[in-house]
Every structure is written in structure tokens, then in C-alpha cells.
Design a protein around this ligand. Structure first.
Ligand code: SF4
Ligand code: SF4
Length: 230
């Protein structure tokens, strides 16, 4: 499927999730940024989405900050979510991951505000809490929200099955190289470079039995989305 059409599907997934999450009781407010860490992961599709939506000057400023943070330690996943779902379905253990919140704040965070908030990746949209993390020291996410988060993330990876997943900084640095961006846009990416992972289609949904009924309308809405005009 053409990249423009896939970006349109991503937009629709963001809207479905936005409608869902607005109905949840959350403590999240503007300027609350404890959850904004350098360990955020995204897909190439989400990276391309924000690259296209950000005005050029703002995009340059974001890239400058990411280049400046390129040497800092950050979480680099060793499996994608759809790979993890398949591992779990086969009863296999997921690999050990190295992830430390002390690696620091998201490189683009400025004065506790996100300069790309309107076009932020899904990993930022789904990081929510019932209680203010600044007081509790941790996020408290309702189990149903966690299930819905996985549901959307699995579909994003599925739509971007010819792309990559990885750390926010790594994906955006990758897409900032003209040759890499051109290969991605033409659907011709080869094996991923170090630090990035090849996405895969969705084969196994991670919905616990107790949430199947509650997520059924959302799943129906997700399965009904089509690129605009089709
Ligand atoms: S998840 Fe926690 S730190 Fe992030 S905005 Fe919500 S309350 Fe604040
Ligand atoms: S991209 Fe924005 S919302 Fe996401 S972690 Fe970074 S500063 Fe926070």
C-alpha cells in the first residue's frame, strides 16, 4: 500500500485512540512530563508522519536536539511488539531487555513541554496515568488501557510491516538520511541497521480474555478503517 494511504490509516488510528482515551479518568495535564524519557520507541511510519506534519524550521530544531543526544544511552528494543505477541503465543520467553529510566528525559522535551505534541508518536499518546506520577513516582495505567494500547500498537506495526521499529532518536536519525528515507518511501528497505528492527505483520492479538468484550467495539472500528476515498 502507498505510503500516503498508510499515513492516513495511522491518522485514523490516532483519532480512534484519542476518542477512547478522552473517556478515561486520567491525572495527565499540560506541563506534566515525567513520562517523557529518551526510551520512547516508535515505528518508521510514526517518524514519517511527524516529519511530514512538522513545519521545516521546527523539524530542523527537533533534529538538532536528536543529533546532540545521539551518543546518550537509550532503550533499544530487541523484539517488536508483533514479534513479542508471537513469542508469547508459542509459550516462549521474551528476550532480556536493558531499559533504565535514569537514562534521562526525551531529547526534544523543552521546559516540560513537547514541541511536537500535536504529531507525537503513539508511545507518547498512550503513556497515561490515573494518578500524578510526580507524586507517586510511577504511572498507574488501568489494565484495559494497557490492552487497548497494545491493540493500537500492533496495528500500527502491521500497517508499517515493511518498515522498522526502534528508539525514537534512532528512527528519526535514520529517516533524516536522504537515501534511507527514499528507500522507506519506495517500500524498499533491506535488513535493518544496528539498533533498528524489521517490523512484521500482525498474526496474534494480545487481548486477555477478560477484555475481549470491552475492546470488541474498538477492534471493530479499527478493522473498519480504510484510506480516505476508498
Ligand atoms: S503519565 Fe504521569 S508523568 Fe506522564 S503526563 Fe500522565 S501523570 Fe504526568
Ligand atoms: S516526543 Fe514529546 S510527548 Fe513524546 S516523549 Fe518526547 S517530549 Fe514527550
Amino acid at each position: 500500500m502507498d505510503l500516503d494511504l498508510r499515513l492516513d490509516l495511522l491518522d485514523q488510528l490516532y483519532t480512534i485512540y484519542g476518542d477512547f482515551i478522552r473517556q478515561q479518568p486520567l491525572a495527565c495535564t499540560k506541563g506534566c512530563s515525567q513520562c517523557c524519557t529518551c526510551n520512547l520507541t516508535i515505528t518508521t511510519l510514526e517518524g514519517e508522519y511527524l516529519r511530514r506534519k512538522l513545519p521545516p524550521t521546527q523539524h530542523s530544531a527537533v533534529m538538532q536536539r536528536l543529533v546532540g543526544a545521539a551518543d546518550r544511552p537509550r532503550y533499544r528494543p530487541s523484539v517488536t511488539l508483533n514479534q513479542l505477541a508471537d513469542l508469547c503465543a508459542r509459550g516462549e520467553d521474551p528476550p532480556e531487555e536493558e531499559n533504565d529510566p535514569d537514562w534521562g528525559a526525551c531529547p526534544v522535551l523543552a521546559d516540560d513541554l513537547c514541541p511536537l505534541y500535536e504529531v507525537r508518536p503513539f508511545g507518547c499518546r498512550c503513556m497515561v496515568s490515573r494518578h500524578d506520577c510526580r507524586q507517586t513516582g510511577y504511572a498507574e495505567i488501568a489494565p484495559l488501557i494497557l490492552t487497548v494500547n497494545d491493540l493500537i500498537l500492533q496495528h500500527i506495526e502491521h500497517i508499517d510491516a515493511k518498515g522498522y521499529s526502534g528508539n525514537f532518536t534512532d528512527i528519526l536519525l535514520f529517516l533524516d538520511q536522504p537515501a534511507s528515507a527514499a528507500s522507506y518511501r519506495q517500500g524498499q528497505l533491506g535488513a535493518p541497521p544496528d539498533g533498528l528492527l524489521a517490523n512484521q505483520p500482525l498474526f496474534t492479538l494480545m487481548i486477555p480474555p477478560e477484555h475481549r468484550e470491552a475492546v470488541a467495539p474498538l477492534l471493530k472500528a479499527i478493522r473498519a478503517i480504510r484510506p480516505q476515498g476508498q
